[in-house]
Design a protein around this ligand. Structure first.
Ligand SMILES: [Zn+2]
Length: 349
C-alpha cells in the first residue's frame, strides 16, 4: 500500500469518532516501533517529521525508510506528514519527497519564532492550500500560538503571553473558510516538549500542570462540527518514564504533560490528530540510560537501540489504544493522491 492522504485518515476518524496519533520520527528505530505498534493494534497511523528531522535524516534516508515501512505492513494506512512547515519552499521539498500531508504553520513567521498577524497567516496558509490540494496533498494550518520550542521552532510564549495567543473560536471559523485547510491546529495552552508549564504556585513555588482551555475546542466543534482539529504538544509525560531517566543519572525536574483524559475529551469534540513526540523520546532515553547503566561493559549499539525501540513501541501501543484508532486499520479502502485530487477539484467547482 502506498502512503495515503492524511485527509482520508482524518475523515475516517471523524466517522468512527476516534483520534489518531501523529508520531514524530527521525530514524529507523522510531519508524519501526510505530509500524510494529500499528500492526499489533491494527491501527491507521500518521507519521510526521519536522524540519529538524528532515535535516537530521538528510531527507533521502527518511523517504526510503518510509517506503520500507509501507512495504512491510501493506495493510496499515499510513500518512506521512510535515510538522510545522515554515515556508512554501519547505512544503514543496516535503511533497517532492513523497509526503502526503503538510503543515503550513503560518501562525509564526518564516523564522519559526515571531508571531505573524492574522492576515499574514491567512495569506500564507491559503497559498499552501492552493499549492498542495491540486496535488492531492492534505494541509494542516495553525491559528494561535503554542508555547515551548520544538526543534528550534516555536514562539516560546510563557503564561500571560500564551493566554493572549490562544485560538479564538470566532476567528477559527473565518480562518477555515478563507483558507480551505483540511485540519486546524488549535492553541489551547499546550506547549511543545517536556516542560509544558510556565506556571508556579505563588505560595510554594512548585511547578504546576499546564492549564488547558478545553472550552475553546468545545466551542469550535459546536460551530464547525466537520472541522478536524489537531492538538499539538500532547505528550502525557508519564511520571514513570521521567523517573527511569532520573533514576539512571538524568536530571529532569518539574515535568508535566497533558493528561489522557483531556485528550479524550478533545477527541469527543472534534480533535482527530494528536501530536506526540516527547513521550517516545522519554521512553527511548530511559531505556538507553538504564541499559548502559546496568551493562557498563556492553558496546554494541544494537544492545541499547533494541530496548529503546521496544520502549517506544510500548508508548505508541498505549496511545493508539487510548486515542481509539486501534482496530480501525481495515475499515476502509485507502485512497491515492490522485483520488484525493479529484475530490478537491470537484469541491472547488
Ligand atoms: Zn507542534
Amino acid at each position: 500500500m502506498p502512503l495515503v492522504p492524511m485527509r482520508q485518515i482524518l475523515d475516517e476518524a471523524a466517522k468512527g469518532g476516534y483520534g489518531v496519533g501523529a508520531f514524530n520520527v527521525n530514524n529507523m528505530e522510531q519508524i519501526q516501533a510505530i509500524m510494529e505498534a500499528a500492526n499489533e493494534t491494527n491501527s491507521p497511523v500518521i507519521i510526521q517529521a519536522s524540519r529538524g528531522a528532515l535535516k537530521y535524516s538528510r531527507m533521502i534516508y527518511l523517504k526510503k525508510l518510509m517506503e520500507a515501512a509501507v512495504e512491510e505492513f501493506p495493510h496499515i494506512p499510513v500518512a506521512m506528514h510535515l510538522d510545522h512547515g515554515n515556508s512554501l519552499e519547505t512544503l514543496k521539498k516535503a511533497i517532492d519527497l513523497g509526503f502526503t500531508s503538510v503543515m503550513m504553520d503560518g501562525s509564526l513567521a518564516e523564522d519559526g519564532k515571531t508571531p505573524n498577524s492574522y492576515e499574514q497567516n491567512v495569506a500564507i496558509t491559503l497559498a499552501a492550500v492552493e499549492m498542495a490540494h491540486p496535488l492531492g496533498i492534505t494541509v494542516e494550518g495553525e491559528l494561535g500560538c503554542l508555547g515551548g520550542i520544538e526543534d528550534g521552532h516555536g514562539a516560546n510564549l510563557k503564561d500571560d503571553d500564551l493566554n493572549a495567543h490562544l485560538t479564538d473560536p470566532d476567528q477559527a471559523a473565518d480562518f477555515v473558510a478563507k483558507t480551505g485547510i483540511d485540519a486546524l491546529a488549535v492553541a489551547i495552552g499546550t506547549s511543545h516538549g517536556a516542560y509544558k508549564s510556565g506556571r508556579k504556585d505563588p505560595k510554594t513555588g512548585e511547578v504546576l500542570p499546564p492549564k488547558l482551555a478545553m472550552e475553546r475546542i468545545h466551542e469550535i466543534h459546536r460551530r464547525m462540527p466537520n472541522c478536524h482539529m489537531v492538538m499539538h504538544g500532547s505528550s502525557s509525560v508519564p511520571k514513570e518514564l521521567v523517573d527511569i531517566i532520573n533514576q539512571y543519572g538524568g536530571k529532569m525536574p518539574g515535568t508535566y504533560g497533558i493528561p489522557l483524559e483531556q485528550i479524550q475529551d478533545g477527541i469527543r469534540h472534534g480533535v482527530r490528530k494528536i501530536n506526540v513526540d516527547t513521550d517516545s523520546r522519554l521512553a527511548m532515553t530511559g531505556a538507553v540510560r538504564k541499559f548502559l547503566f546496568e551493562n557498563p561493559s556492553k558496546f554494541d549499539p544494537r544492545d541499547w537501540l533494541g530496548p529503546a525501540r521496544e520502549a517506544a513501541k510500548k508508548v505508541y501501543i498505549e496511545r493508539m489504544i487510548a486515542f481509539g484508532q486501534a482496530g480501525h486499520a481495515g475499515d476502509y479502502k485507502p485512497m491515492t493522491l490522485d483520488d484525493m485530487k479529484k475530490i478537491y477539484a470537484s469541491a472547488k467547482k
